[in-house]
Design a protein around this ligand. Structure first.
Ligand SMILES: [Zn+2]
Length: 503
């Protein structure tokens, strides 16, 4: 199989020779699959499978269709769905289609229950939102990202050792039985309230041979290195596994990981032991289960092995009768959903309505894959979702880090300080307030003699009475900047450096 990878969207940024009237290379159509070509009134849908070797092994479903007429070229992309949950909200036993098999029926109803639960949470609890002040930049990474920007980002993240990651994929469809990796979200955590967020649009990357791809690869290789801690809600390696084929990183170099979902579960269960009545009942049931008679009766139960194993009394188990506020999960080896954890800890609603969507659609409006304003808004909503899916676990991570876990009776305590470099209290700290010239400085930098906290604001001026958020005069009086200044030995301003240069 050829190593060449073809992504339909790459047509838009110059990887396929651009076509003009009367100048079609005789083999050009081999670069496209499912290409719709119009010549006057006739049209041909090319479906020749002989060039399928040009495509990624799992990228066998196009998210785009190219319509090429004489002298013009339009690309039609499939669009994401604005409200994918809507059609599930009215599902009940009563309106379940009768032709479904029992398995299909339970799946049909489960999708309805999940959507209804999400709807209930979102309509009754305040939404979870990542604070914009907590991240100073969001960058989409794809074939149109500028090389200079990437070089700046690599330098800015050079001393970051802690990363939260998540991924999104398109679900299998009738035409494509595999999931299609679409998005890799990376939150580079400079310190608790300062992050840089990257959204890598996997299906819109430049070709491997380009210098731009080389820079993206270098950035990812720096991130997924043995020096850094990679955290995810779930196993980070499993999360990344299907993305390794895109040559951005070598998964074997990732040696420090934290499965925050497991860790949260352990911490929660240690802090919320089963009530005595539940434990008493559980012990009685365990005793009952040891009789041969019961064993024969229960032999087909999936849970029989788990029920009979000597158990950690703090673990979740079937038939738990504790109140939901103490034990929301009541099955063996239950996995906490991120939404439930955010609800229980922060009483906020993490909206999961957009989970199943066309994540490969090209989220960045600059990719020009959108058609209507609604399509553009849906991309904005998907971006917010993708960003929240790294910020939410990061908030939980810092919540656990700031909790006095020594009071919890657990054998699974991880020394959290080992994986996060915190500002040191007795080392002189200086605050740098800069205009855009400081945008690629690491927001936190430490040497043996001092530490720097750097905040860069594009368009910052000494005094701007019309835009107070860009005015140094106003900013140094603001609560957020004042609180930083109060912990610092001095301030360095880098403002108006363009005007200095012009002198
Ligand atoms: Zn219980």
């Amino acid at each position: 199989m050829s190593s060449h990878r073809f992504s339909p969207s790459q047509n838009t940024h110059g990887l396929i020779p651009s076509l003009s009237h009367g100048n079609y290379p005789s083999t050009w159509h081999q670069s496209f699959s499912n290409t719709h070509i119009s010549y006057g009134n006739s049209s041909i849908m090319t479906t020749n499978s002989s060039y399928s070797h040009l495509r990624s092994p799992i990228n066998s479903e196009d998210s785009s269709r190219e319509d090429i007429g004489i002298g013009r070229r339009h690309v039609y992309y499939h669009q994401p769905i604005a409200r994918p949950h809507e059609r599930f909200l009215n599902r009940t036993m009563d309106n379940c289609p009768e032709h479904l098999t029992s398995k299909q029926r339970s799946r049909w109803l489960k999708a309805g229950r999940n959507a209804q639960l999400n709807h209930r949470i979102v309509s009754t609890i305040e939404p979870f939102q990542s604070t914009e002040a907590n991240y100073n930049s969001l960058t989409y990474i794809h074939g149109k990202t500028s090389e200079n920007h990437l070089v700046g980002l690599i330098s800015k993240m050079a001393n970051v050792r802690l990363y939260m990651i998540d991924t999104e994929s398109d679900r299998p469809t009738g035409n494509n039985p595999h999931t299609k990796p679409a998005l890799l979200q990376i939150q580079a955590i400079h310190y608790e309230t300062c992050s840089t967020v990257l959204l890598i649009e996997i299906q819109h990357l430049p070709h491997y041979s380009t210098s731009l791809f080389g820079l993206i690869q270098q950035m990812c290789s720096n991130i997924f290195s043995p020096d850094n801690k990679i955290i995810a809600w779930g196993d980070p390696i499993k999360e990344l596994y299907s993305f390794e084929q895109f040559r951005l990183f070598d998964i074997s170099r990732i040696t420090k990981t934290l499965n925050l979902q497991d860790f949260f579960n352990t911490m929660w269960n240690s802090a919320h032991p089963h009530i005595q009545a539940c434990l008493n009942r559980h012990h009685v049931m365990e005793d009952d289960c040891s009789s041969d008679e019961v064993l024969i009766c229960l032999i087909n139960s999936d849970d029989i092995d788990d029920d009979l194993k000597p158990q950690d009394s703090k673990a979740d188990f079937n038939q738990c009768i504790c109140p939901d506020e103490i034990r929301p999960y009541k099955t063996n080896n239950a996995l906490w959903s991120l939404q439930k954890a955010i609800q229980m800890i922060f009483n906020k609603a993490l909206d999961k309505a957009l989970t199943m969507n066309l994540w490969s659609c090209g989220l960045d409006p600059h990719l020009n894959t959108w058609r209507t304003i609604d399509d553009k808004q849906t991309r904005h909503a998907l971006t917010t979702y993708a960003v929240n899916d790294v910020f939410a676990p990061t908030d939980l991570y810092f919540y656990l880090m700031n909790t006095d876990i020594s009071s919890l009776d657990t054998n699974h305590i991880i020394n959290l300080n080992m994986i996060y470099e915190q500002p040191i209290q007795n080392l002189p700290k200086y605050f740098v307030l800069s205009d855009s010239h400081g945008k690629y400085f690491p927001p936190y930098h430490r040497t043996a003699q001092y530490q720097l906290v750097i905040k860069s604001i594009s368009g910052l001026q000494w005094n701007n009475p019309w835009q107070q958020e860009l005015s140094v005069n106003n900013l140094i009086e603001s609560t957020s900047i004042k609180s930083i200044i109060s912990t610092c030995a001095g301030i360095i301003f880098m403002v108006g450096t363009n005007s200095i240069r012009s002198w």
